[in-house]
Design a protein around this ligand. Structure first.
Ligand code: PLP
Length: 403
């Protein structure tokens, strides 16, 4: 047969999933692997949540594009309890927050400012929708928020080049650094975004995993409700990433309603409606029954302890490592160890190190360059087994599950 005269558009696998796939292959070859690349909680699904899903297995029909009324009401309640009064009509659900972000970027139709470093997907999705990511460094120690002082300059320069910059993404708390920006930084970012006519997309998927008890997340929706989009999901705090269920809260006012309509248009052409059984379980989860609140709290405490201990070990080895404040990541800068790693193992960059760890030891971690950072940093998910040993994984799972 005649070969096709064109190549498909090259789209690389997302860095986190690529590590995951490599580990699956190694496991298939009989290697013992340690998956610390993909962002997943080291806790099980709560049995009560699993029961909700089972109870809804018979729901096979397509539902409303925006999501069921019950789920939208529950998600609205979730945000309202966190100080952001929310009407169910501004909630849109989708098969994970990743596709919701993609639909948003499609609907916005312009370039997007993303923090450097930031979660791999923002820049990749921006490019997929035919736009340009504008990288802006974060203030020291405050991952997830482009520095307000650098934002205006970057946007003005991009606009001078004829670019149409429409949004800025923040991650609160942050992946990959595991830190949480200060309220004042977020307030200043919102003020600059207002001056520059930017939508603020706030990815708050790690919101309930802030290590310090009682510390609140400074959501941009508090400072700029007319332009802030907020997303979250069941994936991280309830360890249900594989269920693929996320929600977005669109801005208040006429612009927010128009944006919602466009997002729903994209959703209707891409996923029609999120899986009905997952929506049913998610409505239960976002209503926050006491057993799930307790479960998330155990997860928070467990990951806080492991992240602090792992960060301490990196620091003791000479790495510069931001103090983990949320989620389940440590992000050591291995610059100070360059000589030792170069001499002993021929490792020059974090990419060299991550391939060595993967190939020789079956350990999956990611280099900072995957997040748009110079290649001296490493992002590692912390699993409870790192602290307590593989054999204790079951004991730890028991610790994290309800009594
Ligand atoms: N946002 C951030 C910051 C993440 O780290 C991840 C998962 O790695 C996601 C979103 C993806 O979430 P979902 O499972 O809801 O698509």
């Amino acid at each position: 047969a005649r070969p096709l005269p064109f190549a498909p558009r090259p789209v690389p696998l997302s860095a986190t999933l690529a590590v995951n796939e490599a580990l699956h292959r190694k496991r298939g070859q009989g290697m013992r692997v340690l998956p610390l690349g993909f962002g997943e909680a080291g806790i099980p699904i709560h049995p009560a949540l699993a029961r909700e899903l089972e109870a809804a297995a018979g729901r096979g029909a397509y539902g409303p594009v925006a999501g069921s009324a019950a789920l939208r009401a529950a998600a609205a309640g979730y945000w309202s309890r966190r100080g952001t009064p929310t009407d169910p009509s501004s909630v849109v659900c989708g098969p994970g927050s990743k596709p919701l972000l993609f639909a948003l970027l499609m609907a916005l139709g312009g370039d997007v400012v993303v923090p450097a470093p930031s979660w791999v997907t923002y820049a990749a999705q921006t490019a997929l929708v035919g736009a340009e990511p504008v990288r802006v460094a974060t203030p020291p120690g405050e991952g997830g928020v482009p520095s307000p002082a650098l934002l205006a300059d970057a946007v003005v320069r991009a606009r001078r080049r004829g670019r149409t910059v429409r949004a800025v993404v923040v991650t609160l708390p942050d992946n990959p650094t595991g830190t949480l920006a200060a309220e004042d930084t977020v307030r200043r970012l919102c003020s600059v975004a207002r001056d520059l006519d930017l939508v603020v997309i706030s990815d708050e998927i790690y919101r309930d995993l802030v290590h310090e008890p009682g510390r609140t997340v400074p959501s941009p929706v508090r400072f700029a409700p007319e332009r802030a989009v907020v997303t979250t999901a069941l994936s991280k705090s309830l360890a249900a990433g594989g269920w693929r269920l996320g929600v977005a809260r669109l801005p208040d006012g006429p612009f927010g309603r128009a944006l919602r309509d466009s997002v729903l248009g994209v959703a209707s052409e891409v996923w029609s409606s999120a899986p009905a059984p997952m929506q049913h379980a998610a409505a239960y989860a976002f209503a926050e029954p006491p057993e799930l609140v307790e479960h998330v709290d155990r997860s928070r405490r467990l990951h806080a302890a492991v992240a602090a201990a792992v960060a301490d070990r990196f620091a003791a080895a000479g790495a510069r490592v931001p103090r983990p404040q949320a989620a389940f990541y440590v992000y050591p800068d291995l610059g100070p160890l360059r000589e030792a790693l170069g001499e002993g193992h021929g490792v020059r960059t974090a990419e060299d190190l991550t391939s060595l760890l993967l190939e020789r030891y079956g350990v999956g971690v990611l280099p900072g360059s995957s997040f748009g950072d110079p290649p001296a940093a490493l992002r590692m998910r912390v699993a409870p087994s790192l602290l307590y040993g593989e054999d204790d994984e079951q004991r730890l799972a028991a610790l994290a599950s309800p009594a």
